[in-house]
Design a protein around this ligand. Structure first.
Ligand SMILES: Cc1c2[nH]c(c1CCC(=O)O)Cc1[nH]c(c(CCC(=O)O)c1C)Cc1[nH]c(c(CCC(=O)O)c1C)Cc1[nH]c(c(C)c1CCC(=O)O)C2
Length: 345
């Protein structure tokens, strides 16, 4: 089946384009991962980044939530720091903490370490996506990359950060250095998207998870141009989604990056986002902690999200951020079935 045929039958891809759907499509950010016992079993004894370089394991882990929940899209199992490791940056993902970089990139001299990503650096991505497209049949595969600010929030800081002090100081005191690093990151992340789309990913999501730490004017000057450059590598080829956390104040600015869909976190009601971004398909936005509650209050909150989305031209149901590791998979199955039943034509 060609990409176009799949697009014709996929509610997820139709919603991305703002077209009519047979039911509201559902997927969950971090749907693969520690909330699934079968994930813990498959991952046992392998580090996160070694797992990302093993095509059979990537295929199995990506498929697990598709099989279990019947979600309308798969999200490629990888990480935003995979392309950094592929160009030789010493990065580890420390369980329970996140990405840690041995030698953060902070000077003019460090820039040389940010070479271009070549497709040959990540043959395992191409191979894993080939395996997945065969396994997935008509279910579309979402590829992704980190936006330059969020990548810098690890690469420049060196470890998960609360205040992003190194990056934000560099933005003010050495804006030329900041822009040089961010444009190298845009080229690397753009190439990471390119490889995924060339291998068969049918949509992409740009994660700027931590952009909410910037004021609107700083975002517009110092982050938006680099995010736009990242997306430009695949713009217009496949549907695209853009997402950040705590970005209520940035929705209009982030929408100027130009993705088809805007991801909304749980703090912004979808009806408000729809008024501010007229005509734009939206993805979201159940509070991830709602999936920890008893079924009755949980489903009441799901219904509230659906009713908030009533006037959205193309709603993709998702959480407002990733699945929390303590989530019971049965809750996500219940949510998926409920959204499908409630919104079926
Ligand atoms: C900021 C960010 C990262 N990675 C990512 C982001 C943007 C999305 C977001 O805002 O959550 C993106 C990402 N990371 C992962 C995916 C896979 C696809 C999916 O199921 O969503 C995606 C899309 C797997 C992962 N990436 C990571 C895990 C956990 C690894 C494990 O099993 O120990 C998974 C499944 C590790 C990781 N990697 C990162 C963090 C903060 C962590 C969590 C640290 C922890 O809590 O242990 C960096």
């Amino acid at each position: 089946m060609t990409t176009t045929d799949t697009a014709a039958t996929s509610p997820f891809l139709a919603a991305c384009r703002g077209e009519k759907v047979s039911h509201t499509p559902v997927w969950f950010m971090r749907q693969a991962g520690r909330s699934l016992p079968e994930y813990k079993e498959a991952r046992a004894g392998t580090t996160m980044l070694d797992a990302c370089a093993n095509p059979e394991l990537v295929c199995e882990i990506t498929m697990q939530p598709v099989r279990r929940y019947g979600v309308d899209a798969a999200v490629f199992f990888s990480d935003i720091v995979v392309p950094l490791r592929a160009i030789g940056i010493d990065v580890e993902i420390v369980p329970g903490t996140g990405p840690v970089i041995a030698n953060p990139v902070r000077t003019e001299a460090d820039l040389k370490r940010l070479r271009d990503l070549e497709p040959d650096d990540v043959p395992y991505i191409t191979e894993a996506i080939g395996l997945l497209r065969r396994e997935l049949g008509e279910t579309p595969l979402i590829g992704f990359a980190g936006a330059p600010f969020t990548l810098a929030s690890y690469l420049v800081e060196g470890a998960p950060s609360r205040n992003y002090t190194h990056s934000k100081t560099m933005m003010r005191s050495q804006p030329d250095l900041w822009n040089a690093i961010a444009s190298r990151l845009a080229a690397i992340a753009g190439q990471f998207l390119r490889v995924q789309v060339d291998a068969g990913a049918q949509a992409v999501q740009l994660f700027d998870s931590w952009a909410g730490a910037l004021s609107e004017s700083d975002y517009r000057r110092l982050a938006l141009p680099h995010s736009r450059a990242t997306l430009a590598s695949v713009a217009g080829e496949v549907p695209s989604i853009h997402f950040g956390v705590g970005t209520t104040h940035l929705l209009e600015a982030m929408s100027e990056v130009g993705t088809d869909v805007m991801g909304i976190d749980w703090r912004t009601p979808l009806s408000q986002a729809a008024k501010r971004l007229p005509g734009r398909p939206l993805q979201g936005n159940l509070d991830p902690t709602a999936a920890l509650a008893d079924p009755k209050p949980m489903l009441a909150e799901v219904d509230e999200v659906l009713s908030e989305a009533a006037r959205v031209p193309g709603h993709i149901f998702n959480l407002g951020h990733g699945v929390l590791p303590e989530t019971n998979p049965d809750a996500l199955k219940r949510i998926t079935d409920h959204v499908h039943e409630k919104t079926a034509e």
